[in-house]
Ligand binder design. Structure first.
Ligand code: NAD
Length: 481
């Protein structure tokens, strides 16, 4: 058993009430850790510590903040084995993917260690020769960071990195369902020489601990990743104090395969993006649209490749897929499949739990391909967050684009084509914050990651990520001669 603490004002502490809960491994439901359950008063302690630490941290040079972030990155890489193991144990993803996530989190710290030094202002031309105008950017204040369970380390790091680089102090609330690896990451940042109170971590429910972070006037910025409904609640309640917010919410990403696409590349990319982390990714492929001319070949190769994926305990180095995160996720996936079957879909592979003693105690489910999908099905319109890939054929590109955009979400969209004109035509018409052309990810360190429609607003990565933690100030000078 692992005994987790909260990190408040540089100290590892239990909750004031002494309450704690147990986290279980989704691969076998064994208990793995005891975690404190914080309440509103724990959050207030953390917010006050962050508020006290803010003025000094805001005035620390970007060089010094950069040194600390680089040291944090070094410690995260040094502890990668331990952090990645915690991640696999609590979330289920295979260890090699967990290591990739932890590496990405170290990269976030290194990137913003440097990007913070490029927080340039502007000296702007004025209407009169008797005045001068300077524009500077300053840290917002205390940033509350609220993150989900599916990429708990990565999603925390791409917020903590820019927040600290900008000069904000932080109170982070990782998902109460998967807080272990995220806290180990934050601990590494704290151990890097960060002054007490600059990085705080609280644990507890969204309804209580999350709500206090949003409602308490001390936090001036809310950086949130999670479900659209939670984002809506946060937006409403943050409005009370006119807080700056950024929301990375749910997705329902289409994957279009045109008749001129390289079919093998499209198949491999699509299998990875549909089933990796058991489809529990906001930018996962949720719907596949294939041109009629190549549909039979694509579907047959897609199914062949899907059934090859090896499923098992994430600690086994040979597995491609681990268990799902919990029973609720598995049940929702089953409900979406049943709904699709009732409306005419056919199962081409998967559709049920794998057989065998080793799968009995975990939340395992076979990656599932459905044919004959249509837009009356929940799986084509709602976020399943599970390993299901429904396929629909199309006749013209305009039909495919209309279907792809027939969603309330707008996070990512993918298209495979070898025709440049088709790629540009489609990319300009797809309604999403990130478009992948012949690639299965829209994530790039030096480019913005963000969303349209009900998938949220605000950006992470690149200089856009830093701006989310900065206020703009205009300083106007009158000259006396
Ligand atoms: P969730 O919204 O249930 O929880 C996310 C976080 O919010 C948790 O820490 C939770 O405790 C907290 N929370 C819950 N209610 C709250 C409230 N009232 N006030 C403040 N905080 C509250 O999401 P989840 O189930 O943990 O994660 C899955 C969701 O996250 C999916 O919808 C997925 O698409 C989304 N997601 C989006 C992105 C993206 O970049 N857009 C990335 C990953 C996951």
């Amino acid at each position: 058993m692992y005994y987790l603490k909260m990190l408040i004002d540089g100290q590892l502490v239990d909750s004031i009430s002494g309450d704690a809960t147990v986290i279980h491994n989704p691969a076998n439901q064994e208990p793995i850790a005891e975690v404190p359950v914080g309440r509103r008063e724990d959050v207030r302690l953390a917010l006050n510590a962050a508020q006290r630490a803010f003025p000094k941290w805001a005035e620390t040079t970007s060089q010094r903040r950069g040194e600390i972030l680089h040291e944090g990155a070094r410690l995260v890489r040094q502890r990668i084995g331990e952090i990645a193991r915690l991640l696999t144990l609590e979330e289920g993803k295979p260890l090699k993917q967990a290591k990739r996530e932890v590496l990405s989190s170290a990269n976030a710290l290194d990137y913003y260690a440097e990007e913070g030094k490029r927080n340039f202002g502007e000296w702007v031309p004025t209407e009169s020769r008797q005045t001068r105008s300077l524009v500077i950017k300053q840290p917002i204040g205390v940033a509350a960071i609220i993150t989900p369970w599916n990429y708990p380390v990565d999603l925390l790091a791409w917020k903590v990195g820019p927040a600290l680089a900008a000069g904000c102090t932080v109170v982070a609330k990782p998902s109460s369902k998967a807080p272990l690896a995220a806290t180990a990451f934050a601990q590494a940042v704290n151990d890097a020489g960060t002054p007490a109170g600059v990085v705080n971590v609280v644990h507890g429910s969204g309804r209580e601990v999350g709500a206090e972070l949003v409602e308490n006037p001390t936090s001036r910025k809310i950086a949130f990743t999670g479900e659209t409904d939670t984002g809506r609640w946060i937006m409403e309640h943050a409005a009370q104090h006119i807080k700056r917010i950024s929301l990375e919410l749910g997705g329902q990403s289409p994957f279009i395969v045109c008749k001129d696409a390289s079919i093998d590349d499209a198949v491999e990319s699509c299998v990875q993006r549909a089933f990796s982390n058991m489809g529990q990714i906001c930018i996962s492929v949720n719907r596949i649209y294939v041109a009629d001319e190549i549909a039979d070949e694509f579907i047959s190769k897609f199914v062949d490749r899907t059934v090859e994926l090896k499923i098992g305990d994430g600690l086994d180095p040979d597995v491609d897929l681990g268990p799902m995160f919990n029973e609720a996720q598995r049940q929702k996936t089953q409900e979406h499949i049943a709904d699709a079957l009732g409306k005419g879909a056919k199962v081409l592979c998967g559709g049920h739990e794998p057989e065998g003693e080793e799968y009995k105690r975990g939340f395992f489910f076979l990656p599932t391909v459905l044919s004959h999908a249509n837009h009356t099905m929940r799986v084509m319109r709602e976020e399943t967050f599970g390993p299901v890939a429904p396929v629909m054929r199309f006749k013209t590109l305009d039909d495919a684009l209309r279907l792809a955009n027939d969603t309330r979400y707008g996070l990512a969209a993918y298209i495979f084509t070898n025709d440049l004109t088709t790629a540009i035509y489609a990319a300009e018409r797809l309604e999403a914050g990130g478009i992948g052309v012949n690639v299965n990810s829209v994530i790039e360190t030096q480019a913005p990651f963000g969303a349209w429609k009900l998938s949220g607003f605000g950006h992470e990565r690149a200089h856009y990520g830093l701006e989310e933690y900065l206020e703009i100030k205009h300083i106007r000078f009158g000259l006396v001669r």
